[in-house]
Design a protein around this ligand. Structure first.
Ligand code: ZN
Length: 185
């Protein structure tokens, strides 16, 4: 209950208390004990009504304050979530989805966005789940694949040890030159 709602609600009760106070004074001036008792009882009743109204209003205020702070918290959480999503979106915009080999896709840092970072690949599944998913090269039986340290998914690159060129990220061209070229011959 707002103050604007509260005031019209308690104002008549406050007036009633004033009137009752006046009646007590009048009865006291007259000196009529039974009138004084009657007026005092009326005053007690009016005060009780006012106290009850104030308590009710306070309870409603507490509920209102709780409602407001719950809304504020929910609003803040939503803001944090939006900021988080925006940051992730901004970060993801630095990457492009590339084919490591036929139908095997990963995010690769765009060279123009590198800003000193080595070009690297990230696991699309882990990226979706808000993780880094930085793919690492794995040599197995001469095959050079990329493995996600987080979900352990192995991304087949179609590259083999003989083709390895150190210090160079795997590209679509490499994939195209993979098993479809010299290995397939
Ligand atoms: Zn992963």
């Amino acid at each position: 209950m707002s103050l604007n709602e509260f005031l019209p609600y308690v104002s008549p009760l406050m007036s009633a208390v004033s009137t009752a106070v006046g009646a007590v004074k009048t009865a006291a001036d007259i000196g009529d004990k039974s009138k004084i008792k009657e007026a005092a009882q009326a005053l007690d009743d009016r005060l009780r009504e006012l106290n009850f109204a104030v308590l009710q209003a306070q309870e409603k205020n507490v509920a209102l304050v709780e409602k407001i702070s719950a809304l504020q918290e929910a609003g803040k959480a939503a803001q944090d979530e939006i900021r988080d999503l925006q940051l992730k979106k901004q970060d993801l915009a630095r990457y492009e989805l590339v084919a490591l080999s036929e139908d095997v896709f990963a995010y690769r840092l765009k060279a123009a966005e590198a800003d000193g970072e080595p070009v690297h690949h990230r696991c699309p599944t882990c990226v979706e789940n808000g993780k880094r998913g930085l793919l690492q090269r794995q040599k197995e039986h001469g095959a050079l694949n990329l493995v996600c340290p987080e979900c352990r998914f192995v991304y087949l690159t179609g590259k083999f040890k003989a083709m390895e060129r150190p210090g160079r990220a795997i590209t679509e061209d490499d994939a195209d030159n993979g098993p479809h070229s010299w290995m397939a011959r």
